[in-house]
Design a binder for this molecule. Structure first.
Ligand code: XBP
Ligand code: MG
Length: 257
């Protein structure tokens, strides 16, 4: 059995609850600024999350909810250009929200990162979001120097296929020169776990409001959060041997089972 060498984290929904009050709000600001009468409510956004990637999500929205607009743009407009510009503005609004401190890390994330670093366990990120969003989140929650805590930040369009394809995890593993059997992934969604399992990674799930009905078959454990000594986690599938929060010891025990 190989030793645990690295933790690989998803970002949105896993490190922080970014979707409802971050990405969603930023998309709406970009739509408003462009005088488009599109508004993504909390419920609608939950449905649109079926598709990963912001540009892909806008296209998915148009196909489902503005088919005439989509058709017209495809025939006579510059759909790719429109989506690219809207998405660039959305990234601007999102990183602005983060820099204002709008989104905190989830319970237990900072503690577990600190513990892993103390133990010399390597860290990486594998996400579909835009690279600028990751650095912005890390800087606003953990400080500028935290970017260097992560050996690889695999993000966005760097791979041909976004999650649920395994490409982004395969890319991170390749960059770290590690085997999947030496790492463990942290995810929050069914697209995320399909991606990590597709890369043969053992996966710990911390679900959230948007993902509580997702299928997490194959997860090492499904929790409501990593938790803290004074903020216990709940086990929703599998178990962590009576632990009340996820420490590196918990991760190592799950990794070995
Ligand atoms: C996250 C995403 C991202 C964000 C938006 O999924 O799907 O698209 O919602 O970011 P995961 P961008 O947590 O599975 O990586 O607009 O930058 O794509
Ligand atoms: Mg996620």
């Amino acid at each position: 059995m190989l030793a645990l060498k690295a933790l690989i984290f998803d970002v949105d929904g896993t490190l922080a609850d970014t979707e409802r009050d971050g990405h969603r709000v930023a998309f709406n600001r970009a739509f408003e600024e462009a005088n488009l009468n599109w508004h993504w409510s909390v419920d609608l956004y939950g449905e649109l999350l079926a598709v990963t990637g912001g540009k892909e999500r806008i296209r998915h929205f148009l196909a489902l909810h503005r088919p005439d607009f989509l058709q017209e743009q495809q025939q006579t407009g510059d759909l790719d250009g429109l989506i690219k510009n809207l998405h660039a503005r959305k990234t601007f609004f999102y990183t602005q929200l983060l820099s204002e401190g709008a989104i905190p890390l989830r319970s237990g994330v900072k503690r577990l990162l600190d513990e892993a670093r103390e133990q010399g366990v390597r860290l990486a990120i594998a996400t579909t979001t835009t690279p600028a969003n990751v650095t912005s989140l890390l800087e606003s929650t953990l400080g500028k120097e935290s970017i260097d805590w992560f050996e690889v930040i695999a993000a966005g369009d760097i791979v041909p296929e976004k999650k649920p394809a395994p490409d982004i995890y395969d890319y991170a593993l390749q960059k770290m020169n590690l085997k999947a059997e030496e790492c463990i992934a942290f995810e929050d969604s069914s697209n995320g776990i399909q991606s990590s399992l597709g890369a043969n990674l053992k996966t710990i799930i911390t679900q959230n409001h948007y993902t509580e009905t997702h299928d997490f078959t194959g997860a090492a454990v499904v929790l409501d959060q990593l938790g803290e000594p004074d903020d216990a986690c709940r086990c929703l599938a599998g178990d962590i041997n009576g632990d009340t929060y996820v420490s590196m010891q918990t991760v190592k025990t799950l990794f070995g089972t």
